[in-house]
Each structure stands twice: as structure tokens, then as C-alpha cells.
Design a protein around this ligand. Structure first.
Ligand SMILES: Cc1ncc(C[n+]2csc(CCOP(=O)(O)OP(=O)(O)O)c2C)c(N)n1
Length: 292
């Protein structure tokens, strides 16, 4: 988001809590992520009246209800598409998208590459619990083969996708990963994402104690490994190498990649300014001429 959005207000994390009670299961990792989001919003000084929280459908996609902001709870898998439109029409506001691995990478999988390649100026926090929670436990694109669910009672035949590798490959300009059991790390990385101008993707592992019995808190604790201090966040090759370590059983936690590139709204403004300055340009005439 634009730098002018930073430090607008001095509010405490609790000031970002809405009056809606949080209804996730006891022990759900999504609580830790939500706390990280409250802290990040507070530390970045985001004005709640200038914040758009947008989600699809899922347990995680309920997050906007719990955040003091303007909000849209949209269609399953369509949060990114709706957010792109909202951000383009109001680039002066902060756009925060939240949702699950099913929402983002199953039904919403067709939208994710375009958010990254277009460099839409928004923060996308993906609550990655490796399962469909809301619909009571089906296999998701990030499920490990070991996970048994009622749609895969003997485990799954598919290799899980790697969200970090995916986002790096499609051109996201900020890519980070954390674990819900470390809300402080979540807060730091989400704050960085909110302050970043461009498409910022934060993948957060989140335990689902109700339906996912293999990706436990202990599993994630052992899995995550802090990004080395000497990692160069502008080096795409190095970021990709770190992301690939996930398949070797040690997932990077921290900021993997961060670069500057013109955002979609900047490019659109440049085009419209250029066209709008032309004497022969008349939008109504163009629309009339192209009417079917
Ligand atoms: C078009 C459509 N298809 C399917 C559903 C059913 N559905 C709702 S949420 C969901 C998956 C939720 O999983 P995820 O996005 O990983 O979020 P979680 O609940 O685990 O946080 C599905 C399949 C739906 N609501 N709409």
C-alpha cells in the first residue's frame, strides 16, 4: 500500500477487534494468526476506517467479521478477484485478503497467479491448515499424503503443492511464511506485507485440531526453520531454494523475497493519464463505437 497509509493512527491491537465473537474450535491455529493480524495492524498504524478486509468462504474466511474494518465476505475462491476490483477503484485504502488453502488454491487457484503477476497492491494472508475445515475435513491442495480424512480414508495419492514456490514463480513481490504458534513472527511478517507496495503473500501454517490429526502443533514446530540471517531477500534464486526445502522436511519461516515493481494500479493510472491527455480521446465515443 502507499506509504501515506502507514502510521495514520496510534491504536492498540485490541482496538482492531470487532464486537463479533470469534467462533473457531478450541485450539485452532487461526486464533494465533488473527492475533498476529491485530498486532500488525496496530504496529503499522492502519486506520480501521481506511481498511478493507476481504475473504472467500471457509473457517479462515470468517476473519473479516472479527476485524474492525470495512469488510466483504465474498464467494468461495473469489476473494482475490473481488479484492483486485476493490483495490483498483480505491487504491488509497489498505486491502487485506484472508482465506484458507482450499479457498485460495483449490477453487480459487485460477486467480492466485494473476494477483502475483499483476502485482495487485494488497496483502494476502493464507491460513494454511492443510484441510477444508469449514466443510468438516476434506483433503486440500496442501494436505500431506499421510493425512487421512473421510474423503481419503487411506491417505492421499497426491503430492502437496508448495505455496511459496508457486507465488515466487508467478512474480509475487513479497513472499513470507510463518506458523500460527508464533503470533509475534506472524505480526512482524504481516506488518511488512501491509507496508509493502505490491502483491504481498504471507503463508501461515495453522493447526486444525478438529480434522487434521497429522499436522499438529508439534509437527509444525519441528518443521519450521528460521530463514538464515544472511539470506538476500532480493535474490529470487535463493528464495526459490529456500522454498524448495519444504519438500525436504524443513519449511522456511520468515521473509523469503521482497522487491519493488510497478503495481497494477500504478500502471493503470499511467495508461489512463497518457490516454486521457490525448485530444482525440473521448471515452463515451469509444464505448458507443464498440456497442454490440
Ligand atoms: C462454490 C462453492 N463450492 C464449495 C463450497 C463448500 N466449501 C465451503 S468452505 C470450503 C473449503 C474451506 O477450506 P479452506 O479454504 O481451506 O478454509 P478452512 O475452513 O480450512 O479455514 C468448501 C469446499 C462453497 N461454499 N462454495
Amino acid at each position: 500500500m502507499s506509504i501515506s497509509m502507514i502510521g495514520q493512527v496510534a491504536l492498540k491491537p485490541k482496538d482492531y477487534k470487532s464486537e463479533v465473537p470469534v467462533v473457531w474450535c478450541p485450539g485452532c491455529g487461526h486464533y494465533g494468526i488473527l492475533n498476529g493480524i491485530y498486532r500488525a495492524l496496530s504496529e503499522a498504524g492502519i486506520d480501521p476506517s481506511r481498511l478493507m478486509s476481504i475473504s472467500g468462504i471457509g473457517c479462515s474466511s470468517r476473519a473479516p467479521y472479527f476485524i474492525n474494518s470495512y469488510k466483504m465476505h465474498t464467494l468461495h475462491g473469489r476473494a482475490g478477484a473481488v479484492a483486485t476490483g476493490a483495490q483498483l477503484i480505491r487504491p488509497d485504502l489498505t486491502t487485506l485478503v484472508m482465506g484458507g488453502d482450499g479457498d485460495g488454491f483449490s477453487i480459487g487457484g485460477g486467480h492466485m497467479p494473476h494477483l502475483a503477476r499483476k502485482n495487485v497492491d494488497l496483502t494476502y494472508v493464507l491460513f494454511d491448515n492443510g484441510i477444508y475445515g469449514l466443510t468438516k475435513g476434506q483433503y486440500s491442495p496442501t494436505s500431506r499424503p499421510e493425512m487421512t480424512a473421510y474423503t481419503t480414508p487411506y491417505g492421499g495419492p497426491e503430492a502437496p503443492m508448495n505455496p511459496l514456490l508457486y507465488m515466487l514463480t508467478y512474480g509475487a513481490t513479497y513472499v513470507a511464511q510463518a506458523f500460527a504458534g508464533k503470533p509475534g513472527v506472524c505480526a512482524e511478517l504481516i506488518k511488512g506485507a501491509l507496508e509493502h507496495r505490491g502483491f504481498a503473500y504471507v503463508n501461515i501454517y495453522s493447526q486444525c485440531p478438529t480434522f487434521n490429526t497429522v499436522d499438529t502443533v508439534e509437527f509444525y514446530r519441528d518443521l519450521v526453520e528460521t530463514v538464515p540471517q544472511d539470506h538476500d531477500v532480493t535474490d529470487l534464486g535463493a528464495a526459490i531454494s529456500l522454498a524448495r526445502r519444504t519438500s525436504e522436511g524443513c519449511a522456511p519461516m520468515g521473509l523469503l523475497y521482497k522487491v519493488e515493481r510497478p503495481t497494477l494500479d500504478m500502471q493503470m493510472t499511467a495508461i489512463m493519464d497518457g490516454v486521457g491527455g490525448r485530444e482525440d480521446y473521448d471515452l463515451n465515443q469509444i464505448i458507443d463505437a464498440n456497442r454490440p
